[in-house]
Design a protein around this ligand. Structure first.
Ligand code: HEC
Length: 219
């Protein structure tokens, strides 16, 4: 009996090693998981988050307009390229990512617990593209993002534009320039894009492709 178990273990180990080493598994983002794999990953993710977020204490003023207003420009700068926003129908990042980021203002999106959202924003999610923001942002900044996400559900494109472009700086803290630098980098992406004929023809086209122009000029 012991011998049979030992042989089974060796076979599993060898089989597993062969599977990994052979390269037969397709790691491409375009190769979707099986339904069962997706289900298992989902359970793993949800349990892992819940267990870790359990003891987080949620501030009782997430409805505070000042908090929401603080989260808005950060959401626009750091999150909307992946998670979209009211009036932002799609982006290249959103299209290319797998798993695809949830769209918080989509009616079908199942809202998570505030504790869970805080934990995910702080720590990120392995192998998904969801970054950890806790290293660069205070708890207060992260709660402001949680507060803002709560509001996205029934926000119009106009309201979104108004609140994110409210002229507020991204951070009250010392690292307030960091996203301005990012914005400068983004410009260089647009330049690259303009150079590469095959990509986007003009920065204006690119803006359109990114879904950033919500108020149409020609339509
Ligand atoms: C590079 C793309 C990317 C960026 C930028 C990004 N996210 Fe995510 N995020 C993801 C992906 C992908 C997932 C889904 C992972 C999954 O399905 O397991 C996710 C999941 C989440 C979740 C889990 C909630 C849910 O309903 O599943 C929250 C909350 C979240 N992101 C908030 C944010 C916030 C806030 C920002 C900006 C500070 C941000 N994300 C920036 C890609 C991104």
């Amino acid at each position: 009996m012991k011998k049979a178990i030992l042989i089974l273990l060796v076979v599993i180990l060898l089989g597993g090693s062969l599977f990994i080493w052979s390269g037969v598994y397709n790691i491409a983002a375009t190769d979707k998981h099986w339904v069962i794999t997706n289900k298992l990953i989902e359970i793993l993710r949800e349990r892992s988050i819940e267990v870790r977020a359990e003891d987080i204490i949620v501030p009782d003023n997430l409805e505070d307009p000042a908090r929401i207003a603080k989260g808005a420009p950060n959401y626009e700068a750091m999150c909307s390229s992946c998670h979209l926003a009211p009036g932002v129908k799609s982006t290249e990042l959103y299209e290319g990512l797998y798993p695809q980021p949830p769209v918080f203002n989509n009616a079908t999106h199942e809202a998570h617990d505030e504790k869970d959202n805080f934990w995910v924003i702080q720590n990120g999610l392995k192998l998904t593209g969801m970054p950890a923001w806790g290293g660069s942002h205070s708890d207060d900044d992260i709660w402001a993002l949680v507060a803002f996400i709560n509001q996205l559900d029934d926000m119009s494109a106009e309201e979104y534009l108004a609140i994110t472009a409210g002229g507020e700086d991204h951070h009250d803290g010392t690292d307030e320039d960091s996203h301005e630098d990012d914005a400068a980098d983004e410009d260089s992406h647009e330049d690259d894009a303009a150079d590469e004929d095959s990509h986007h023809e003009t920065p204006a086209d690119e803006a359109e492709a990114h879904g950033e122009t919500t108020t149409g000029t020609g339509t």
